[in-house]
Design a binder for this molecule. Sequence first.
Ligand code: TMP
Length: 236
Amino acid sequence: MEKKELLYEGKAKRIYATDDENLYIAEFKDDLTAFDAQKKGSEAGKGALNCQISSLLFELLEENGIPTHYVKRLNENEMLIKRAEMIPIEVVVRNIATGSLTRRLGIPDGKVLPFSLVEFYYKNDELHDPIINDEHALILDLARSESELEELKRLGREINVILKSFFDKRELNLVDFKVEFGRDKDGNIILGDEISPDSCKFWDKKTGEKLDKDVFRQDLGNVKVAYEEVLRRILK
Ligand code: TMP
């Protein structure tokens, strides 16, 4: 597989073309950003950890019937993925209230939600990724139909069921996570982007310790140590 030109650079990944028009390479960066990139940092080895964690979680989801863009891990920090037309919606699924949910609605931090909550955010840096409802998504042409939005919600909930039970067994609470989807060459919705401690919140079940990007956001300790612990639990 030949790596060709850089197609896109985001805050945590670079996407490259390959000699196969239907395959891209995702390269995971060591950079960390928070609060709309107002806070910036870097942690050597973070990209490799996220690449490995994401690969293992994509494999888990594929085994459980979730279609993803994942093909295989190529090396420490590169993954071969299927080309997809990304849908600019961040699908957030929450099991426990924290972060922007508690700030926006005054729900106490740490409250277990009576059911898993699915939210849509418009992926747009200039607008600071605002929360949107289904009608906004249709008016903005982010999705093609109400049924496509329903599919995003269904997949978000299914991913939650799989990941929540997987991490439960590893003494981690999956507090919430963010996923992004795309349309493959046949128009099918597939899971894209990454699933890692950059895009999920994990709390240790016994101690409540945070093992995700909040370690960086809130200066709680060493990011790499936290991400290594997540990988160690996944490999258990
Ligand atoms: P929030 O409470 O800040 O809205 O975050 C909810 C979840 O979404 C959390 O697991 C982190 C993830 N997330 C991202 O991956 N990217 C983002 O830009 C934001 C705001 C949240």
